[in-house]
Design a protein around this ligand. Sequence first.
Ligand code: NAD
Ligand code: MG
Length: 396
Amino acid sequence: MSQPQWITVLGATGSIGLSTLDVIARHPERYQVFAMSGYSRLTELRALCLKHTPRYCVVPNPIAADELQRSLQAAGCATEVLVGEEGLCQVAAAPEVDAVMAAIVGAAGLRPTLAAVHAGKKILLANKEALVMSGALFMQAVQRSGSVLLPIDSEHNAIFQCLPQDFARGLTAVGVRRILLTASGGPFRQTPLAELEQVTPAQACAHPNWSMGRKISVDSATMMNKGLELIEACWLFDARPEQVEVVVHPQSVIHSLVDYVDGSVLAQLGNPDMRTPIAHALAWPQRLDSGVAPLDLFSIARLDFQAPDEQRFPCLRLAREAAQAGGSAPAMLNAANEVAVEAFLQGRLRYPEIARMIAAVLEREAVVPVDDLDAVFAADGRARMLAEQWLSRRGQ
Ligand code: NAD
Ligand code: MG
C-alpha cells in the first residue's frame, strides 16, 4: 500500500480547518497532517496538536510559540512550533508536503498560499480573498509552477465538478454558455429594508444553512461573499464577469450550475456541509467518504430560485464593478470589506454602512494596474487607510 500523503492545514482552528481535519482523521491510511496553524484559540490548537500529532504547528508570535512548545513537550508531543508568516510559508512549501489546505481567512492568507503555489503543491483553496486580491499574479504562478489548484468554496467546487476536465482550453471552446453561481441570500434575504439599520452581528452570523467563521458569515449576509465568489470564479475558470450569473437559491442544495450551448445545464447537489468539497478536492480525481449524510430529496421536497436584489445587496454590485474594472479594484474592494466587516463585528459600524464605506473607498481611488505583489499590497494598504479614515470621520 502507498504511503499516506502529507497535508498542511493553514487555518486549522477555523471552520474549514476543523472540517478538513475531520475528513483527514477518517482516512489515516491515506492522509497525515504535516503541519497546522492557528492565530487565536490556542488552547484548541494545542488539543488539535495532541490529536493529530503534526510535525509542525504555526502560531502568530514568539510568546505564544514558547508557551505552546513547552506545554506540548510536557504532554509528550513532538510537534515543533514555528512563528508567524515565515513559519506559515515554510510549512506551506516544505518538500515533504503533498497538499496544502489554504483556510486562513482574509488577506493574511495570501503570502502563505502563494508560497505553496510557488512550491508546486496541490492547493485546496478556501481562502478566496487571496485569489480575489491577486488574481492574475496568482493564476500565472499556478501555471508556472504546475501547481494543481482545486476549489474548496462549495460553489466553485460544484462548477469544477460540472465542467469537463479540459475546461482550461476556454469556456467557449468546451461549449459553456454561462456559469450559474448559487447564493442562499443569507439571513437578511427577506428582512424589511428599514430593519437592516438595526441588525446585530449575532443576527448577521446566524446563517440559515451553513455554519462558518464570522467574517464569511457577515459576507454572506451582505452578499459580498457572492461578489468575492464572482471574482473568484472569473479567475478559476477564465470567465468574464458577464458569463457568471448569480442565482438566489435559499435551500443551498444546488451548489452551482454550468449552462452549455446545447441547452444542457449540469448542477452539483449535496447537503450544505463543507466536508463534501473538502473530501472531493483531497481525493481528486478519486472519491472519498466525507462523513456527510446522503442527500434526502424527499425531505427537501422543493428547490426555489430568485434573481438577486441589488438594492438590498449593494455589495454584489460593487464586487461586479470591481471585477469589470480589474487591476487594483478587487484588492481594494477586499481590503475595504475586511475593515468594514471587522468594524461591524466590533459594533463600530451599522450593517448598511458596510456597503456605503466600501463604495466611498472605491470612489476615492483610481484603479491602477497590479504587476507584482508589492502593487497588490499597496492597493490593499491604501484601501485600509481610506476605510479607517472614513470610519474615524464618521465617528466624530
Ligand atoms: P474562520 O474564521 O473559522 O477560521 C479562520 C482561520 O484563519 C483560523 O484558523 C484563524 O486562526 C486563522 N487566522 C485568522 N486570522 C489570521 C491571521 N491574521 N494570520 C494567520 N491566520 C489567521 O474562517 P472559515 O469560515 O474557516 O473560513 C476560512 C476561509 O475559507 C475564508 O477565506 C472563507 O472565505 C473560506 N470559506 C469558508 C467556508 C465555510 O464554510 N466556512 C466556505 C467557503 C469558503
Ligand atoms: Mg461559497
